[in-house]
Design a binder for this molecule. Structure first.
Ligand code: ZN
Length: 161
């Protein structure tokens, strides 16, 4: 069975940056389960997997625009320290969930001064070319329930209680 829209797919993957550092990997864990064609993965990776079968291995490099985006300067904000009331120890690299015009999003603290905190709403992997080594583990038709939820259930996917 080939990977196509509405297939439930399991993959093992390793993600490296341009410097060859491993950023993320399913190594030693269960494969990642996702629903093809539903935006579960970054668009460049979904496109590369389309038409592949269980057992296929591929190496794919994905430009920022098809990955986690090009860095958007308008998402960087300097805010008064008082906006972080109740949090004493704020350091660069910390992540918070913040409200924005586009709804909640994760922001990363990029600069800390006495009076202000600079936060960046870009994805930490924005502007990075992503190098994936992927092995397709399993491909099957998704269930009606999975399609209505927009994600895969079971091992490597979503678990509902
Ligand atoms: Zn679900």
């Amino acid at each position: 069975m080939k990977i196509a829209k509405n297939q439930a797919v399991q993959i093992h993957y390793t993600l490296k940056n341009d410097a060859g550092e491993v950023l993320d990997s399913s190594d030693g864990a269960e494969p990642l389960a996702y629903l093809q064609g539903h935006g579960n993965l970054i668009s460049g990776l979904e496109a590369a997997l389309e038409g592949k079968r269980a057992g296929d291995k591929l190496n794919v490099s994905i430009a920022p625009a098809d990955g986690y985006g090009v860095h958007d300067a308008s998402l960087v904000q300097e805010v008064p320290r008082s906006a972080f009331k109740g949090i004493d120890d704020i350091q660069e690299g910390m992540q918070f969930r913040a409200e924005s015009n586009q709804g909640p999003r994760m922001v990363t603290v990029t600069k800390v001064t006495e009076a202000t905190i600079t936060v960046d709403g870009n994805h930490p992997l924005a502007d990075q070319t992503l190098h994936f080594a992927v092995e397709v583990v399993d491909v099957r038709a998704a269930t009606e329930e999975e399609l209505s939820h927009g994600h895969v259930h079971g091992p490597g996917g979503h678990h509902h209680h």
